[in-house]
Design a protein around this ligand. Structure first.
Ligand code: NDP
Length: 277
């Protein structure tokens, strides 16, 4: 019987994961199936029951999406360091009766920026907007990329400060509110990791933070030119990108973790890309 994998979320109708993992399996010749499960929102333990039923039926691994990333974290037997900092899990592996948990969102984001977009972060000034789950998952991979400066700006400043305070003291890493950005220098890379674009909103980021020779990256994907990307373009930024590459790269990380073989990603990113203009 083929090895079974699935993504679990609610709602789940929008998910691209079965398509992406199906194409990975085809390309790498892996004997596996990958489905989508709409997880139950209540009662409180129904999510864990659904995962355990999947494991009992021979499931080997799962991706986890909203709103279950925290519940997946809570039920894991082992967690990677980046999953622990994020307090959230987006991939699980079931082996020897144990649930091993990972968070590949940040690694996928860094791979997309550094490898696909050819923008290494080492020595660069990097600004991240937002301090939610995606940023918690991305913080360690961002620090590992060795930027000269890493600023986390959030509407709720305390949330950004608390997150920065959780990692070892590092002079390059600071937290602030949007007002403080007015007096800061330009950044080589500005990442919109808020969820503002999902509702067509713009985080209150001053256009002065963009550098024309830099890059603006929007985590949301499939939405064309979001207000954030439009602001960056109007500020003269040539390099703009959305999160479709991050989506495919985090999937490739999970696939390699599960199957021991790394799939190619470029053709799938091209296939899923919605033009930004
Ligand atoms: P969370 O709900 O955990 O966090 C949301 C963040 O956005 C908070 O920091 C919140 O600020 C901020 N925010 C929301 N609205 C506004 C606004 N109008 N102005 C300023 N800040 C705002 O979301 P996630 O971290 O899980 O997701 C963030 C984004 O990343 C989403 O667009 C999501 O779709 C995308 N994403 C993309 C992935 C990919 O593979 N491409 C993977 C994961 C996420 P505050 O704390 O002040 O409320």
């Amino acid at each position: 019987m083929s090895d079974r994998y699935a993504v679990i979320g609610n709602p789940i109708g929008h998910t691209k994961s079965p398509l992406i993992h199906g194409l990975f399996a085809e390309e790498t010749g892996q004997d596996m199936t990958y489905g989508a499960i709409e997880g139950p929102l209540e009662p409180a333990d129904a999510f864990a029951d659904t995962v355990r039923t999947f494991i009992a039926a021979g499931g080997k691994g799962m991706n986890v999406t909203a709103p279950f990333k925290l519940q997946a974290f809570a039920m894991a037997d082992e967690r990677s360091e980046r999953a622990a900092l994020a307090g959230a899990v987006n991939a699980m592996k079931f082996e020897n009766g144990r649930i091993v948990a990972e968070n590949f969102d940040g690694v996928g984001l860094v791979r997309d920026i550094e490898i696909n977009l050819h923008q290494p972060m080492a020595g660069k000034r990097v600004l991240v907007l937002g301090a939610g789950g995606a940023v918690r998952g991305a913080l360690l991979p961002f620090i590992a990329a060795r930027p000269a400066r890493l600023v986390i700006a959030n509407r709720n400043v305390e949330k950004a400060r608390a997150l920065v305070g959780q990692v070892a003291a590092d002079a390059t890493l600071t937290a602030c509110g949007y007002a403080e950005l007015e007096s800061m220098e330009q950044f080589d890379l500005v990442v919109n990791a808020t969820s503002a674009s999902l509702t067509g909103q713009l985080p209150p980021v001053p256009p002065g933070v963009f550098s024309a020779s830099g890059t603006a990256y929007e985590l949301a994907y499939g939405k064309g030119l979001t207000p954030f990307l439009r602001l960056a373009r109007n500020a003269g930024v040539q390099g703009i990108a959305d999160g479709v590459g991050m989506l495919v790269e985090q999937a490739a990380e999970a696939f390699a973790w599960w199957r021991g073989v790394r799939p190619r990603t470029h053709a799938i990113i091209d296939r899923l890309t919605v033009p930004l203009d």
